[in-house]
Design a protein around this ligand. Structure first.
Ligand SMILES: Nc1ncnc2c1ncn2[C@@H]1O[C@H](COP(=O)(O)OP(=O)(O)OP(=O)(O)O)[C@@H](O)[C@H]1O
Ligand SMILES: [Mg+2]
Length: 557
């Protein structure tokens, strides 16, 4: 097998645009253009009969076939009730995102003249909860790939920044304003050694699309003023799609110019509206302010962890191209932000991470060969045993892959993460009022394991149903109406327990943000209790298998 085939792609699966990168033979991350020769692919899916079309053609088709086109699917990831129906078939968000992944991987392979991609690293907003993350992983699996890791978008941007720009240790704020989400993250970068997330915040429903929507509302209002009509022209799906596209184009032009004409056509009437940058900034000012206040909230949390200062603000995400973003940040923090490769740094960072995983794999494989062990048994080697072979192995991997020994030595990048959400269970307080008791609080370092003891309610209780709640509160006690139910763990108890027997529930959150629950009853026998999480929010079981097989049979272009 050629080494090229073993390459691990980094995928930035965006709300509005997606991109894919890999590390080239010189150890440099490169973005790979799609078949239309664009470096970013619109995350838009057009159901064209039995075929699926993704990208620019799909985006343009939304004007003519608004009911056959799906946009902004990332905003629905992990939503239990989202189904897109087409030709009598139902599609979940994971499957639709899977089509986007298929398209960009396929095009990348074509461009590089390779085939047989297996492994990918996919990014998601730091602010994604458990179900959204799991759904992202499933999207990659449905597309037919082995998802090596889901990493956070700001972490990926920091990896790219850390390996391409930063030379010494620094604490950076990554301000990521994309098409659909806003993430603000404080990261401690130790170049080539570790990337440590200190604190994260944001809003996964705040992005460029909201700026577009404000322009759309403005255009509707101006259209009504000019024509004297009171009609809500957005009820016409064609007009609505057309205005969305025009609004985004106008917004991008205003990044360069002070004003732009926009043509609004509806039911045979054409009105030319001039949109000035000043007006645009005024109608969207509260959105920008929200990013600033979310930044302050995050900084306050970071302060509690002892991080009072940061060295640099890095802007990523296409929406940070709007000049008002840098101006506002400069004004607020008296520091000029660095615009760092806003459209590509996330995919590049994911690719660098994937490349390091690939080099690690090669090292492990060779160490296993040299020591006569199985790859899974390598942790049993003592440091001395490992040192004996490592030097030789590094050179062998260098010869084999063509990368330098120093690249190979630096492949062990540690990523330290925090959880962006709190996780708890529904319980009752002393007044018997329902509350959420948080076992894991947001911005805690992961992996983390927390055990809490709860008493059984009656004699011989057979079942405890634990409602697992995700929320934004930094406190131990949160209000149920501010939390979302992400799943239920049903504990089957041995039938002989007395009322009040403590049952210990353990939440374990891993590096990638996957939650595992185990339980143990603590009577003399101390039996472990079965605790499977049930959720409807993520595709699984039979439905997942069907989606995989259906995806494999569908042509995507
Ligand atoms: N020159 C520009 N001026 C203003 N906005 C721009 C410009 N170029 C791109 N954008 C906006 O940036 C957004 C896309 O950015 P990006 O590709 O980083 O987001 P995404 O990855 O799709 O979304 P997310 O990261 O939120 O999931 C879109 O809303 C797009 O309109
Ligand atoms: Mg993005």
């Amino acid at each position: 097998m050629s080494k090229q085939m073993k390459r691990i792609f980094g995928i930035d699966l965006g709300t509005t645009y997606s991109s894919i990168a890999c590390v080239d033979e010189y150890g440099k991350p490169i973005v790979i253009p799609n078949a239309e020769n664009q470096r970013v692919t619109p995350s838009v899916v057009f159901f064209d009969g039995d075929n699926i079309v993704v990208g620019d053609v799909a985006k343009e088709s939304s004007k003519l076939y608004p009911n056959d086109v799906v946009s902004f699917i990332k905003r629905s990831m992990g939503e239990p009730n989202y189904l897109f129906e087409h030709n009598g078939k139902n599609y979940r968000p994971e499957e639709i995102s899977g089509f986007i992944i298929r398209k960009i991987v396929q095009d990348a392979e074509l461009n590089l003249g390779i085939s047989g991609t297996k492994d990918v690293v996919i990014t998601c907003p730091a602010y994604f909860g458990i179900n959204e993350r799991e759904a992202t992983r499933r999207a990659g699996e449905i597309a037919g790939y082995n998802v090596r890791q889901i990493i956070n978008e700001p972490t990926a941007a920091a990896i790219a920044f850390g390996s391409m720009e930063a030379e010494e240790e620094q604490v950076v704020l990554v301000y990521d304003l994309g098409g659909g989400t806003f993430d603000i993250t404080m990261i401690d970068i130790k170049p080539n050694a570790s990337i440590e997330v200190i604190c994260t915040g944001g809003d996964h429903n705040l992005g460029g699309k909201d700026w577009d929507d404000r322009i759309v509302a403005y255009l509707v209002q101006e259209f009504q003023k000019t024509t004297g009509s009171k009609e809500d022209i957005l009820e016409d799906p064609d007009t609505c799609q057309d205005l969305q596209l025009s609004a985004e184009k106008a917004k991008k032009i205003l990044t360069q110019r002070d004003q732009t004409p926009v043509l609004v056509t509806h039911a045979g009437e054409r009105v030319k509206i001039t949109l000035e940058r000043k007006a645009f900034e005024i109608i969207t000012q509260d959105l920008l302010e929200r990013t600033i206040s979310l930044t302050h909230e995050m900084l306050e949390e970071a302060g509690k962890k002892g991080y009072e200062y940061f060295d640099e603000i890095i802007l990523v995400g296409g929406s940070t191209r709007m000049p008002q973003v840098s101006d506002r940040i400069q004004n607020e923090f008296s520091m000029s932000p660095k615009i760092f490769d806003p459209d590509e740094s996330v995919a590049k960072g994911a690719a660098i991470y994937g490349w390091k995983l690939f080099l690690r794999d090669e090292i492990k494989e060779k160490v296993a060969q040299k020591t006569g062990k199985d790859v899974k048994e390598l942790s049993e080697l003592s440091e001395v045993e490992l040192d004996e072979v490592l030097h030789e192995v590094e050179h062998l991997v260098a010869d084999d892959t063509g990368y330098s020994v120093s690249d190979i030595r630096r492949s062990n990048l540690r990523i330290l993460n925090v959880t962006s959400k709190s996780f708890g269970v529904v319980a009752h307080d002393s007044d018997d009022k329902e509350i959420v008791f948080n076992l894991i609080r947001k911005n805690t370092n992961v992996p983390v394991t927390v055990t809490q003891s709860f008493g059984t309610a009656v004699n011989n209780q057979e079942i405890v149903s634990i409602q697992i709640m995700e929320n934004e509160s930094s406190e131990t006690i949160a209000q149920p109406d501010m939390a979302v139910l992400i799943g239920t763990a049903v504990l089957k108890l041995p039938s002989d327990l007395k009322k009040g027997t403590p049952v210990e529930i353990t939440f374990r959150l891993n590096e990638e943000g996957c939650l595992e629950i185990t339980a143990e009853e603590t009577s003399e026998t101390r039996r472990s209790v079965n605790a499977a999480i049930e959720t409807r929010s993520v595709i699984q079981g039979e439905e997942l298998e069907q989606a995989k097989s259906r995806s494999g049979k569908t042509k995507v272009s």
